[in-house]
Design a protein around this ligand. Structure first.
Ligand SMILES: Cc1ncc(C[n+]2csc(CCOP(=O)(O)OP(=O)(O)O)c2C)c(N)n1
Ligand SMILES: [Mg+2]
Length: 392
């Protein structure tokens, strides 16, 4: 893992919260939201050249990406709630890190929320999720308890790994979440293994295996692709293309920057998805899940997304401009898009959404309070959970 340390939140941290920005610029936002619907989320911004070469999602005949199918009202409000929970939770984790309450590594997912929330809408109970170290959003979306996640971040007794694992090492088999992995790309082989187990046991479970654009250049990814297609394993490889691997833009590190095509030589189908639009993610996820459940093997979804914060809490993010970050926030924010759409279509009023915001803040504050007062693990815990005997 990269050398992390307690530090500020990085140069890209915005001075205002996204919702506050949106409030002030509500009128302008309405016009922008219409534009956001018509544009791919990760359409390159004009800032630094390397990131600008990222290709947008597949276009329809008129040169614009197809409009994503609408969500039922309740589902859309719930997606808003879920994304907001992840955003607020991570903002709080960032603050607590700055206060020295969280140590070690902490990689925030802020900006990418629509990916995991949209994919969760496409799967059913029993399906599995595995990812790398940028994992708090995946845990919350899987239904893990925010108190247990926050307490793990602060290294406390009632954290998911009894305070011994931290940010990158949490699991909940009950909720279908299989980690949380700090070794870049390791989760790809493990996720393929989970899918192999599903096939072997003849169940209909699908494994969602998330990894980044940087991890996509790892050798084990392609060994996994080969076996997954050969044995028709029910695994969806979700490449979260947030345009950077630590401080390296995709165009500096990847010969082929269209990650949806990375399965071509293995005959694995793939597509680019507007990863800032929860509707588009859900629709693509459903297609991929149906493919897997029909026994047709793996599927690749390249999610065009963006992380607002630095790689980790210690990253000053000097490899990109503030303007680049701000442009994505203002034009493509995954949460603001949904909020504006709910209001414009009169599916929800400001008051109703404010209530959701208040509920989410209460959950996050409760989690932070819990994680601050829960005791640290007893030193004797050092000798437990070192080796687990397999149940035969
Ligand atoms: C095997 C291995 N090599 C290098 C690292 C150091 N490292 C940590 S994160 C990272 C970048 C990964 O970027 P990406 O896959 O795009 O994911 P993102 O951080 O953007 O979510 C690297 C090189 C590591 N943890 N493991
Ligand atoms: Mg990346």
């Amino acid at each position: 893992m990269d050398n992390d340390r307690r530090a500020g939140t990085g140069a890209t941290r915005p001075s205002k919260e996204p919702m506050a920005v949106a409030k002030k610029k509500q009128a302008a936002s309405a016009a922008r939201s219409a534009a956001a619907k018509a544009k791919p989320a990760s359409k390159p911004s004009a800032a630094k050249a390397p990131a600008a070469a990222v290709k947008p999602a597949a276009k329809a005949g008129n040169g614009k990406p197809p409009e994503a199918p609408p969500l039922p009202k309740d589902v859309e409000i719930d997606a808003y709630r879920q994304m907001l929970l992840i955003r607020r939770f991570e903002e709080k984790a960032g603050q607590m890190y700055g206060m020295g309450l969280i140590g070690g590594f902490c990689h925030l997912y802020i900006g990418q929320e629509a990916v995991v929330v949209g994919m969760q809408l496409a799967i059913k109970a029993g399906d599995q999720v595995i990812t790398g170290y940028r994992d708090h959003g995946h845990m919350l979306a899987c239904g893990m308890d925010p108190k247990g996640v926050m307490a793990e971040l602060t290294g406390r007794q009632h954290g998911y790994s009894k305070g011994k694992g931290g940010s990158m090492h949490m699991f909940s088999v009950e909720k279908g979440f299989f980690g949380g992995h700090g070794i870049v790309g390791a989760q790809v082989s493990l996720g393929t293994g989970l899918a192999f187990a599903n096939r072997y046991r003849k169940n209909d479970r699908v494994c969602l295996t998330y990894f980044g654009d940087g991890a996509a250049n790892q050798g084990q990814v392609y060994e996994s692709f080969n076996m997954a297609e050969l044995w028709k394993l029910p695994v969806i490889y979700i490449i979260e293309n947030n345009r950077y691997a630590m401080g390296t833009a995709v165009t500096r590190a990847s010969a082929q920057t269209d990650f949806s095509r990375r399965g071509v030589s293995f005959n694995i189908p793939g597509e680019q998805v507007d990863g800032m639009d929860v509707r588009a993610v859900k629709a693509a996820g459903e297609k991929a899940v149906a493919w897997c459940r029909a026994g047709k093997g793996p599927y690749i979804l390249e999610m065009m997304t963006y992380r607002y914060r630095g790689h980790s809490m210690s990253d000053p993010a000097k490899y990109r401009t503030r303007e680049e970050v701000e442009k994505v926030r203002m034009e493509h924010d995954p949460i603001e898009q949904v909020r504006l759409r709910l209001i414009e279509t009169k599916r929800a009023g400001e008051d109703e959404l404010k209530k959701v915001d208040a509920q989410v803040r209460a959950i996050v504050n409760e989690a932070a309070e819990f994680a601050t007062h829960d005791p640290e693990p007893d030193p004797s815990e050092l000798w437990t959970d070192v080796l687990k005997e397999a149940a035969l």
